[in-house]
Write a protein that binds this ligand. Structure first.
Ligand SMILES: [Fe+2]
Ligand SMILES: [Fe+2]
Length: 407
């Protein structure tokens, strides 16, 4: 029997190693949340599907208040992982099972069976938080408990293994805890890097905008419209997020155009116009060739191309223009119509819609826009109006606050 248990434990541990390996290889594409990670690991550890495992598992992680762990109990039913409790706040010292391992010192693991330490099953229940006992919906007869090291740290407790909780069960759970701890730490590190990365992009885009007359939030809005269009067109979450961030860099090349030209009130000379038309190439150069900035580079280079091949800088036509550029084209034109420029007044949402339907002296909708992006625009035009209004409203509020503090 113990040899069979040993094989089962080994198989489960190998499963966990394969999961870690796959997750680490996938990390650049998949942005794990702690929840997703926990679920994948739990699915491999819980009993069922021919595996030996516990009937229920409590996962608790340390909240900002280190005196308390927030946890939930999970079960496996018909191959599906179910949360069978609300979030339970386990205060330090309120549960013997948690306290056993919530001491500093790494991956301590404890396996206990009621018969070995208690005169009755009823007394054994007092080792656990009452809400955990209630969530198990059956008396707890044995458990394995293990600390999850990492940021944040936590505890994993597995209840009711068939027969007894053994040292092999403890080994499998300890492997699960190590996997969880390391993946959560890597995942939170990646999130921090991603935030820093996004912040840098926004800061760079803002720096370029300062050179222009629109001190509003043009770049942020263009990012939001572009994300909304990509979502409506059915693109995946990664692409939608990438669009929302990358679209903000569409005019980054303007940093190389003198502000006298960008802010000039009268007509531009042909030389000035030619220089402005170089901003896509400047932008692409500034962004460089990092694979992580591929979409941003595409957008910078192609957001002034027209569907009919009359745009610049490369006069690309139709699907030769990257989809990211075709999306930002619509977003950028809408926001330009709504905004005041030295050479034009701001249009209302309705007037802008009219330009998207019937065109004006500068815009030819059928010739300039990808029909699929244009159709998506008309499906969600109300969102464009909301995005524009919310950003204008925010600026208005900030200004009035500033005004108050000065007076
Ligand atoms: Fe541009
Ligand atoms: Fe723009």
């Amino acid at each position: 029997m113990s040899l069979e248990l040993c094989h089962m434990a080994l198989r489960q541990t190998l499963d966990l190693i394969a999961l870690t390996d796959g997750a680490l290889q996938d990390f650049t594409r998949r942005k794990f949340t702690t929840d997703e990670l926990f679920r994948e690991v739990l699915g491999k550890v819980l009993g069922g599907n021919g595996r030996r495992g516990p009937a229920g598992i409590l996962i608790a992680s340390q909240g900002p208040d280190s005196a308390c762990c927030d946890g939930q109990v999970f079960h496996l039913r018909h191959g599906q992982l179910l949360e069978t409790s609300e979030v339970i706040c386990i205060e330090a010292g309120s549960s013997y099972a948690s306290s056993l391992v919530m001491v500093e010192g790494g991956s301590q693991v404890v396996a206990l069976n009621w018969k070995d330490i208690c005169p009755s099953i009823e007394e054994f229940q007092t080792f656990f938080h009452p809400k955990v006992v209630a969530a198990m919906a059956e008396p707890i007869l044995n458990f394995v408990s293990c600390r999850i090291s990492g940021k944040p740290s936590g505890v994993i407790e597995a209840f009711n293994y068939p027969g007894r909780a053994t040292e092999y069960d403890a080994d499998v759970l300890r492997s699960a805890a190590v996997v969880m701890g390391s993946l959560v730490t890597v995942s939170s590190g990646m999130r921090e890097t991603e935030h820093a990365f996004n912040y840098t992009i926004e800061a760079l885009a803002r720096a370029c905008e300062a050179a222009e007359e629109d001190t509003g939030r043009h770049i942020v809005r263009v990012g939001r419209y572009a994300g909304a269009l990509a979502a409506n067109m059915g693109f995946n979450v990664e692409f939608i997020q990438d669009m929302s961030i990358s679209a903000q860099m569409h005019d980054v090349g303007k940093i190389r155009i003198p502000s006298e030209i960008l802010l000039k009130k009268g007509m531009l000379t042909p030389r000035e116009m030619a220089l402005i038309r170089q901003h896509p190439a400047f932008g692409s150069e500034i962004i460089g060739d990092s694979p992580r900035l591929r979409v941003a580079r595409e957008i910078a280079m192609s957001h002034h191309e027209n569907w009919d091949g009359t745009g610049y800088p490369k006069r690309l036509k139709g699907e030769m223009i990257p989809i990211s550029g075709r999306i930002v084209k619509v977003a950028d034109v809408y926001d330009a119509l709504r905004s005041r420029r030295s050479y034009k007044r701001a249009l209302t949402h309705e007037k802008s819609l009219d330009v998207f339907r019937n065109g004006d002296e500068r815009i030819n909708p059928a010739g300039h826009f990808d029909p699929a992006v244009l159709a998506a625009f008309f499906r969600i035009e109300h969102m464009f109006d909301m995005i524009y209004d919310s950003s204008v409203l925010k600026i208005g509020l900030n200004r009035s606050r500033t005004g108050k503090s000065k007076s």
